[in-house]
Design a protein around this ligand. Structure first.
Ligand SMILES: *Cc1c(COP(=O)(O)O)cnc(C)c1O
Length: 395
């Protein structure tokens, strides 16, 4: 669980068999220069008093958590955000010293022991949970207070204490032994929308809680509210930390943010042609013959399938890049393989590299393109690539 990282580092993308990963049938390339570029682009729009938290949950959205965390920190991020305790431990085991916020809920004494041991910082969501934290830390005779982050629900209706009860909750946490409030935060539901009404309402509720706290003499040391979309949309949402995931990976939370910042996709998905053949007119391709060749057709088999994270619902709909040209995928995508119509490139060779997501010359296919075709979001596409695909870090 903890050492899933398959990332191997190579220094260049030259076509040779010097590097063992080149013999792979399929792999994910992680462009660390693009990652560093994106981090710096986000930093450019932040004020000096705002820090960047790189959100690296879910194995850094499928990019490989340790490599991404190290590069993001080297490029100017100062915090890391994860979803779970094991995700945090994985970073600590790799020697990462930066503060790590666990965005998800933690409840059990075992989780609390691990949090204290690995110097992770939990999210507190309710009085009951806060008491378990305080009591567990008392039982293990914890000497230094644990920094905790109080999460308010201002309208997302997900994790956190409802904003109406938030001031009371913060005062309770303040009084509990073994805990010290490191920040107060909330999460926005509609920051990617062109209509800011709901977002503004959430921000107002957040501000209202902070004002209430000030009247009872509590000045929160740190506030944060913004995900990628909020970070790109309005400086007034930045506060002391912005929690940025998607933009660090080079994708836009929505189209209208393209004007605000230049980002470069970090992840590319590649696979090799494993066989090339010619099929006569009328030949069916793949399971259930969902594609029938109308003319003679040059067919290439590629060694990647839905078990690697290529959505089967893209069957007969997707395009890939070979030699900088767009080529159509044909027939049902199978577990480990898919087929292409390479009639326009009849001399394609076995072993040639196919780009499923990425850039070749002037052509680019992004996770967003797939998301649009599938009526989902690019976050889900990125998280869908399985560990069977080695992550190859390119500098
Ligand atoms: C995942 C997550 C983020 C990052 O969201 P992006 O839209 O990818 O920037 C920020 N905050 C919280 C609480 C999250 O769960």
């Amino acid at each position: 669980m903890l050492s899933h990282e398959q990332t191997s580092s190579v220094t260049s993308n030259q076509e040779s068999n010097t590097y063992p990963w080149l013999s792979q049938r399929a792999w994910v390339e992680i462009n660390l220069s693009a990652l560093s570029y994106n981090v710096k682009q986000v930093l450019r729009i932040l004020s000096a008093h705002t820090q960047l938290m790189a959100v690296v949950k879910a194995d850094a959205y499928g990019h490989g958590a340790v490599t991404v965390a190290q590069t993001a920190l080297e490029s100017g991020a100062s915090w890391l955000g994860v979803a779970t305790v094991p995700e945090g431990i994985q970073l600590r085991e790799a020697g990462i010293k930066a503060p790590i916020l666990i965005l998800g809920a933690t409840h059990t004494p075992e989780q609390i022991h691990a949090i204290a041991q690995w110097k992770l910082q939990p999210t507190l969501i309710s009085p009951k949970q806060a008491l378990v934290f305080s009591n567990t830390l008392e039982a293990i005779n914890c000497k230094t207070p644990l920094p905790v982050h109080v999460k308010l629900d201002t309208g997302m209706s997900r994790l956190g204490t409802n904003w109406q009860e938030a001031a009371e909750f913060v005062q309770l946490v303040e009084r509990l032994p073994h805990l010290t409030i490191a920040s107060i935060y909330s999460h926005l539901a509609t920051a990617d929308s062109l209509d800011p009404t709901t977002m503004k309402q959430q921000q107002q509720r957040f501000e209202q809680v902070i004002a209430q706290l000030r009247t009872v003499g509590i000045e929160p040391p740190c506030l944060h509210l913004a995900n990628s979309a909020a970070t790109l949309s309005d400086k007034a949402l930045h506060y002391h930390i912005v929690r940025v995931g998607l933009a660090v990976y080079g994708l836009y939370p929505a189209d209208h943010f393209r004007l605000n910042i230049d980002l470069k996709p970090v992840l590319q998905v590649k696979a090799r042609v494993t066989q090339v053949k010619t099929i006569p007119p009328g030949t069916g391709v793949s399971y259930s013959h969902q594609f029938i060749a109308s003319d003679e057709l040059r067919l290439a088999v590629v060694g990647i399938g839905y078990a690697d994270g290529v959505p089967r619902n893209l069957s007969n709909k997707m395009q890939v890049l070979i030699r900088g040209q767009r080529v159509s995928q044909i027939g049902t995508i199978t577990m480990d393989q898919l087929m292409l119509d390479v009639s326009a490139l009849p001399d394609v060779q076995e072993g040639e590299v196919v780009t499923l997501l990425g850039t070749e010359g002037k052509e680019q296919i992004t996770a967003e393109d797939w998301a649009n075709q599938l009526n989902t979001i690019s976050w889900e596409i990125l998280c869908g690539f399985k560990h069977r695909l080695p992550r190859v870090a390119m500098t």
